[in-house]
Write a protein that binds this ligand. Structure first.
Ligand code: HEC
Length: 115
């Protein structure tokens, strides 16, 4: 490889990183915000890994966010559950507490729990 080919390779790699890194960083920022929201508002019921084993128990029980029952629902459906709550359960509507973005971030975070 002559110098010019090498320089070109470095330039392409630099250009690629300049595009890829901000993309990754913004994804990480969403996840980080989602984690903060979860720990503040959801962890007490849903537990540290979403298994419904938080400090407070309810009837009907807190959903296990890693169960297939929950995960088979499309994201839009889960987002609606967070937004509007679940009738006759302890799951409140969060629309007046959280922004749309915060609800999306916390859903993104929930979906990273080990299954
Ligand atoms: C007071 C306890 C409590 C808190 C706090 C709480 N949840 Fe829930 N959550 C529940 C219960 C109980 C259910 C099960 C509802 C049912 O049986 O349909 C549930 C269900 C869910 C489901 C599954 C909904 C579905 O459609 O199956 C999601 C997703 C969820 N919660 C997300 C959250 C998020 C995100 C937060 C924090 C912003 C949160 N929950 C805070 C009690 C809670």
């Amino acid at each position: 490889m002559d110098f010019r080919t090498q320089a070109f390779g470095v330039a392409v790699a630099g250009w690629w990183l300049a595009i890829a890194i901000p993309g990754l960083a913004s994804g990480e920022a969403n996840l980080h915000r989602g984690k903060q929201v979860y720990e503040k508002y959801c962890l007490a019921c849903h537990g540290p890994q979403g298994r419904g084993d938080g400090a407070t128990q309810f009837d009907p029980p807190v959903a296990d966010l890693t169960s297939s029952e929950v995960l088979m629902k499309p994201d839009s459906r889960l987002l609606r559950s967070i937004h509007d709550g679940r009738t006759n359960t302890a799951m409140d509507a969060w629309k007046s507490t959280l922004s749309d973005e915060a609800m999306r971030d916390v859903l993104t975070y929930i979906l990273t729990f080990p299954r």
